[in-house]
Design a binder for this molecule. Sequence first.
Ligand code: FAD
Ligand code: EPU
Length: 345
Amino acid sequence: MSNQGQSLKHLNTFALPVYATRVIGINSVSTLITAWHEARMADQSVLLLGEGSNVLFVEDFSGTLLLNRIKGISCTEDSGAWYLHVGAGENWHQLVCYTLQHCIRGLENLALIPGCVGAAPIQNIGAYGVELQNVCQYVDLLDLNNGVSQRLMVEDCQFGYRDSIFKHCYKEGFAIIAVGIKLTKAWIPTLSHGDLTQLDPLTVTAEEIFNQVCATRRRKLPDPAVTGNAGSFFKNPIVSRKKAMEILKKYPRVPYYIQPDHCIKLAAGWLIDSCALKGHRIGGAAVHQQQALVLININNAVSQDILDLARYVRRQVVAKFAIYLEPEVRFIAANGEINSVECVG
Ligand code: FAD
Ligand code: EPU
């Protein structure tokens, strides 16, 4: 520990050289409640963190950082489904591997997503045609102020694209402590996205999907253990049909996805790419060459480099398409989360 506190370089996947006053590993609900109360008594800000794969520390965190490592996987079944009750501190990808090792299918499209199970409901993680909401049964939430936990069933979680009730109503003073997952035994492969469309739905196995997803991800996305990043920096923008038509008329190649409410989701990576920003560099930060939606720490970046690059990328996209990208990554300042859109506006 230095004068600045404890280094978070290995606790944020951007690998930024930031510090927190104190870091405490949490492996049970009781230690979580105790640590929370001690920090609050000392009038310190508190931040709950999983594996730091969806955060941008814009400066040092002046408070106590609680690392959620509450473990445990239990599994029951009935004739129709498998039911997993998973501690929030379990690693998501290890959970996917665990299910496949036990011949339980349904999580294979979500392979290799970094982070803890407890963070998965917060932005309703998704990839290759599957989102957490498709497999989630419930989320157990702890009110840290009174130690009372409640179970929110999937229909109460207000899941949407990279969104849930946990981003809005349960931010301060709440912790997700476990997630319930239901995987039906009548497995139907999801092959609607990318390279998966080439697989034969009649013969494909969950392991083949898992392998294909891992291969695609390794090709496109930088490994945070090698190159700092937080996955997609921005969300794919959802625009009105009218706005989408205007853009498609001018740029017929923009990838788009029609939403259930008839709005249109556009591929932010394509928009950034078509501004010729791949490889664009500011300080130690750069736009990833294989996936323009990913900003990377290419060479000893500091927080300001990532912020400056994000702002630059956003302005270029506004200038060309009049679309305002919103960060997917959560921005953390000295006392907690701050408004990311204002930061890059
Ligand atoms: P953290 O970054 O530690 O935390 C994220 C936020 O949740 C913070 O605000 C934190 O305070 C809060 N939080 C964390 N745990 C808890 C808890 N138990 N209770 C209450 N609040 C909590 N995401 C996708 O959806 N799809 C992808 O395909 C995808 N690919 C990625 C690829 C790469 C290479 C990387 C680096 C990231 C990717 N992501 C993806 C983003 C990231 O993996 C997910 O958002 C993941 O769920 C974050 O988990 P985490 O434990 O690292 O959360
Ligand atoms: N594209 C380009 N150039 C680029 C990047 C993308 O032309 O530089 C095009 C691709 O060719 C493709 C389209 O844009 O036609 C979409 O790209 P991709 O399939 O790589 O997916 P994405 O929309 O960029 C989303 C998620 C990812 C998730 C993948 C796979 C968001 C913000 N991102 O990315 O999630 O893994 O789909 O389903 O929704 C994350 O959230 O951190 C993340 C990595």
